[in-house]
Design a binder for this molecule. Sequence first.
Ligand code: FAD
Length: 517
Amino acid sequence: MIAYLERVSIPEPNHNEEDDDVLILRNGLDDLQLQGTIEFCSSTVSVAGRDFGGMHFAKPLAVVKPAGAEDIAKVIKLASRSPNLTVSARGNGHSINGQAMAHNGLIIDMKSIDNAVNVSYTTSGGYADVGGGALWADVLKRCVSLGLAPRSWTDYLDLTVGGTLSNAGVSGQAFRYGPQSENVTELEVVTGNGEIVTCSKYQNSQLFFSVLGGLGQFGIITRARVLLQPCPQMVRWIRVVYGDFSEFTRDAEFLVTREEGESFDYVEGFVFVNSDDPVNGWPSIQLDPNHPFDPVHIPSSAGPVLYCLEVVLHYRGNDHFSSVDEVVDGLLGQLRYCNKMRFQVDLSYVDFLSRVKVAEKQAKANGIWDAPHPWLNLFVSKRDIADFDRLVFNNILKHGIGGPILVYPLLRSKWDSRTSVVLPEGGDSFYLVALLRFSPPYPKGPPVEDLIAQNREILECCTRNGLDFKLYLPHYNSKQEWKQHFGNQWSRFKERKACFDPMAILAPGQKIFPRNH
Ligand code: FAD
């Protein structure tokens, strides 16, 4: 190990330093006697240098496939003894902007640890102890077999538990239960100091809150205790359409502020183009092929975009349709959507949660799953969402983005301010806005630079007009921008870093802190 440090800090002339680093690192890692494996082979390393965004590439020196937390701790300690080595956990690599990459560093492949899902339960619920590299899809499969399910989800389930907890993890259940980061009661974390620590709200609480929404900066989550509820069996999945944004937001906010039992179980919404465009327009709304979108019912006052409120009601397999109809009609009867603009299907809870997997198959067949994805995710305060609609949805994005535009409200009270997640500054609620671009690669689709420029235009427009917003799944290149992002939470975030990863070994792909000696 000492040899490693000396060789790296005093490079020999006329040598390929990178090859030297790999050779010496190979010896250093061999000395660790990991239970897992280490891969230097170019195809594995090359995969770990890419992500779902498809716009960044950062080649690591090696990919470590650890057996568990002990292996990860050894690798972090090894890095701490070198002057410049960094370590990044890679979940499923579904980041957009290189957040899970480590240029010339080590990638920890979290999918290789023991990701078994161990469930403890009573009739009213329970919890699952889950590896940090487990996919949410696998957590669902295991829990459903026992009649249970996590309470809070993401729309897409091939994401890892550690990857979403490091951001927040939001979907249409978050208005009731908070994001996924509010639905775990205990974590096992390997800190940037190489210590394996169990933490919760009551034990090592500073680490617990730091890591949730912590962008991988403070530790690597190797296990999470996920809260469960009895698994719903069936869902009625409904979409209703609005021409007027203020009526859409009024109804969405009405639904998310009602008590459990007096509202739907899932509330999301999106914006779509008021045209017959197959990707961005009316056809994107229909749920049942036998019930197409009929534009005759669009109000004449509607503008270039329309709005869709998407809701779900859970029910039991043996409930009569008539009783489901009664509850649904009672709730929808209080909303102001356009007459005859209601679409619905009934399906199993698991099929509903797996809905994006179906879209993934189609997108893979069309070549748009593996194309670049310049996505933009924002939290916009409720105060400013009408301005955002006017300036962005109805202007910059009036022709759509070649994929879904999500917009739905979330309640600040469901987000613990002690976590590292950053929310807009004011108000009791805010909107998630997600621009999920799925364009074919250039030249079939627009050049990716144009889409990135459009994202920049949106952010500049929000700033120029004084809108209260924050990036979700943030991405910045300079410390100044990160400071601005964190606002008055910056000093807390920095103190947390100094405490749990003082040498800034972890998650270099976030580009927040440079590696310290
Ligand atoms: P990675 O991309 O591998 O890692 C993300 C960051 O977390 C990196 O900095 C990495 O170093 C760190 N990290 C990874 N694992 C760990 C760990 N165990 N401990 C500590 N740090 C770790 N998000 C939502 O909230 N809601 C959605 O509905 C949603 N839908 C999505 C749909 C698709 C198709 C895609 C591509 C993304 C979606 N996302 C959604 C975003 C997603 O939650 C984040 O990109 C998430 O980080 C991806 O998880 P991952 O396991 O691939 O993480």
